[in-house]
Design a protein around this ligand. Sequence first.
Ligand code: ADP
Ligand code: G3P
Length: 611
Amino acid sequence: MVQRYVMSIDQGTTSTRCILFDARGRLVSVVQREHHQHFPRPGWVEHDATEIWRNVTRIVPDALAQAGVGAGQVVGLGIANQRETTVLWDRRTGAPVSRAIVWQDTRTDQMIEYLSREPAAKRVRELCGLPLTTYFSAPKIRWLLQSTPGLQERAERGEVLFGTIESWLIWNLTGGLHVTDVTNASRTMLMNLRTLSWDNELLEFFDIPRAMLPEIRSSTEVYGTTTTVVPGIRIAAALGDQQAALFGQTCFAPGEAKCTYGTGSFLLLNTGQNLVLSKHGMLTTVGFKIGDEPAVYALEGSIAVTGSLVQWFRDGLELISSAPEIETLARTVEDNGGCYIVPAFSGLFAPHWHSEARGVIAGLTSYITKGHLARAVLEATGWQTREVVDAMNADSGLALSTLKVDGGMTADNLLMQFIADVLDVPVVRPMVAETVSLGAAYAAGLSVGYWPDLEGLRRNWHRAGQWLPAMAPSRRDTEYAQWRQAVELTFGWMRPSTNTARPPRTDLIEVILDDHRQIEHLLRELRNEDADRTSLLAELSAVLTAHFTATERILHKRVGIDVTALSEEDLEDAVNAHIRDEERLLLNELRRSLSPSDRTALGRAFRHLSS
Ligand SMILES: Nc1ncnc2c1ncn2[C@@H]1O[C@H](COP(=O)(O)OP(=O)(O)O)[C@@H](O)[C@H]1O
Ligand SMILES: O=P(O)(O)OC[C@H](O)CO
């Protein structure tokens, strides 16, 4: 009898894997390729979507060749992908309009700051389950539409399309099918979690044209058939990679949870058909949706930096030459020597959601060696997990009893033991560590009837490793308190008032936004009863007069606020209305109408008058 297999593509942050699985969920072949990480400015992270596609065109035939399998033996393909990462491409040529903006990228932090002051901002979380931060796709789309002249209009005409990576790959594999699955759509900030469709209020809030969005489908269904690379394979499932890991760990029932330790780490708890809105900094997201069945929701604790801290230790500090060496180095010392590393490289994600936070190394003394630093690197992953589990327990009202883990970092025994110690629960790892790929394969196999039901898949789960808690409670409590103290130190690092190192900006939009933030800062200070009001009022008056003069002379727009004639309260109202109108209407108009060189020239002139 001809053997049949399921194929999965796991398009991750650092690499893309193609794996063939047999009916018992065993790996038959694995091919992997890394792609470049682009860091063009501090806080910016980009991928070349064309390079990712090219890698897919290579690994798919290679995985078949390695196993000696023909396309006809593949019952279906499941795709799992890094989530949120935003690709915009031309509908006609299929070419990306720019590099993809990666989920870790923080360039939209200022945009988030002003959007969060909009009255409608409080609706965002209610509608899509996500906090308003740089992490998700909508601000990234907004940024691309604003920063490229003419792109907004082209998007409105449906000439430019948006997709997360699975959408981009399906488009290319099928020669033009524009779809996404609910799990990926739930990470855009544009999907209504209850209706599972694009939400008008959210589209309006982010000013994103509906015409550029893909059709939302379930996670397991046949979307289409490949027409290129290896033609004739049914694309039968797509899930965000962390949801795929939830599926691969067979967390099918409410109350089951897993944490995947890769570049970042992501703890997901299945909450069934119950959509739980977190009060403690978790996200609400779609876990999976099998065909026509109702969606299964999940609570998620996303940690931005875990494995990537090990990479930084290796590539940035060059203290080790391979990731596994971190464990050897950490074992050269007994403990962390009082040193803590809080890796807020992309701000802090769950449960804090501080976009302006930046990393710290705390507790340094001359006693500290690179061994202690290595321990602090690994412990950072443990403590971040602890914070997320505490928040998850508080939201669900239940105490997690075991943690199922997977991902590259689970090869580290010292780390796994530390996680069991700080959580005070057993940590278990399954036989198949490639849980993301397995989950995508399970979903595809289920979709085409290769596997009959979820119970059959559960039987494939076998424990390969277990770590039991062994830390004394008093030590755990003391060290956790120190960790939390170190976390506090990261907050507020990038606020405009403390960021003196940055050169003055010249882009007109940024210059105006900087002025607005300074004005708001002064208004806030005035509310402080202990402040020196006389000098603050004088400063505010000078800043406002200069800003309004620049607005009238450079933008030829009458402001009509008499700074000297209004009471303090009326002045505050009038200034807030001015800021709101300008940011909502005028700045968008300027973004559309001005060329980059005009924006720089006018920005310089504006700054000259307003400072
Ligand atoms: N033995 C180890 N100890 C600690 N971290 C490790 C170890 N091996 C790999 N890593 C980290 O795990 C990450 C790779 O895991 P993987 O699951 O492949 O990530 P992703 O899917 O996000 O690309 C890297 O960031 C690497 O630094
Ligand atoms: O590609 P990974 O494994 O780093 O996962 C990235 C997440 O999907 C980001 O939300």
